[in-house]
Write a protein that binds this ligand. Structure first.
Ligand code: ADP
Ligand code: TYD
Length: 219
């Protein structure tokens, strides 16, 4: 979705607790140091309306929404995020880095909880219709990621309601997610770069910067 203004659209994907937000932030810092305008954003969320939807989908009982209803809610949030945040930023030449985008819906709602991939793809084509220029998949062992997430939830007192509906689906769910993400990356090797997340953050950040810079400044 890069454009004449020089904008570039990057997403981070991976299972819960894989280090996406950490790496998204480190990449944003690195690109800002190079003088680029960077809009660091996230899904669900990234615009005032989408942040309201975030609260609805991430809090409460795990049975609160069916996978079908979630597809509609996440896609509604994404449409607002695209209209209000992503498109305007790209139009002025910024780099947009989003912590999750449509691949999360493909995996979390489309395959891991039943076979709804066709619904996800058709709705995406109808109302979203864009993909990131580059997606960084932070791949890691779900047991390690879950341990990190639980540590974080335990220590986080600032959040009024825990955003843990998906962590609550358990380790087997995260393992299916991981396999699904790797399969998606194998299908779309041009767009999706797989980076080993089971290492110190600085090492991962070096690899992430290398792939991102190769897209920003092709040789
Ligand atoms: P995500 O956005 O994928 O949920 P976070 O970036 O929030 O992941 O990281 C989850 C937890 O793991 C946080 O407590 C974070 O500080 C920690 N963390 C992130 N990257 C690493 C790393 N490479 N090594 C060890 N801990 C990490
Ligand atoms: P996030 O805040 O990135 O959680 P984490 O830091 O644990 O990775 O995302 C919130 C949750 O929302 C996460 O469990 C994945 C889920 N999600 C979906 O199920 N579908 C979607 O389309 C998106 C964007 C997120």
């Amino acid at each position: 979705m890069s454009n004449e203004a020089g904008g570039l659209f990057l997403s981070f994907e991976g299972i819960d607790g894989s280090g996406k937000s950490t790496q998204a932030r480190l990449l944003a810092d690195r690109l800002r140091a190079l003088g680029r305008e960077v809009v660091l954003t996230r899904e669900p969320g990234g615009s005032p309306g989408a942040e309201e939807i975030r609260r609805l989908v991430l809090t409460g009982d795990r049975q609160r929404w069916s996978a079908e209803t979630e597809i509609l809610l996440f896609t509604a949030a994404r449409r607002d995020h695209l209209e209000r945040t992503i498109r305007p930023a790209l139009a002025r030449g910024a780099v947009v880095i989003t912590d999750r985008f449509a691949d999360s819906t493909r995996l979390y709602q489309g395959t891991t909880r039943g076979d709804l991939r066709d619904v996800v793809d058709r709705l995406h084509a109808l109302v979203i219709g864009v993909e990131p220029d580059l997606t960084v998949l932070i791949d890691m062992d779900p047991a390690l990621a879950l341990a990190r997430s639980l540590r974080r939830l335990g220590g986080d007192t600032a959040e009024a309601l825990p955003e843990d509906r998906f962590e609550a689906f358990g380790l087997g769910f995260q393992q299916r997610l991981r396999q699904g993400y790797l399969a998606l990356a194998a299908q779309e090797p041009e767009r999706i770069a797989v980076i080993d997340g089971g290492r110190p953050a600085g090492e991962i950040a070096q690899d992430v910067a290398r792939v991102a810079l190769s897209r920003l400044m092709p040789a």
